[in-house]
Design a protein around this ligand. Sequence first.
Ligand code: NI
Length: 168
Amino acid sequence: MIRPILTYPNPELKKKSLPVTVINDALRELARDMAETMYDAPGVGLAAPQVGVHQRVIVIDVSAKDEPPDLITAINPVIIHAEGEAYEEEGCLSVPQFAANVRRHARVIVKGLDLEGVERTWRAEDLLAIAFQHEIDHLDGILFVDHLSPLKRELFQRKARKAAGEAR
Ligand code: NI
């Protein structure tokens, strides 16, 4: 089931998500819905708080259009190692119509659980590394625009206010 995606400045996006303690049918349904919602958007990642659920669950698929899907579902993901520098343009399904370059690590190692409750380690670089950092940020109530310089953030906020004004 496709779930509605919350967008900036919804305060739910600023809340910290809680660790998952039980992997049950409800959680598997949430993960399935998140993947469906991400593919439908379409996007390369989605975190549970973006659909209003404050649990530490993320889904990512950075495979190219001409490649088979490569869905990662990570529960309670934690970055245990990060190195290198990246500065790529990012967008977010919760921040539509805005993109900006963000400083990230180029490579990360992430630990977490899969949907079977098995501990997994993901070694990620490039786009996948950025996606992990972006989605894990969501679990802590952080949006990519929170990483921008004061000047660029002001530009973003002005655009957001203007868009909100036009919607009224
Ligand atoms: Ni996002």
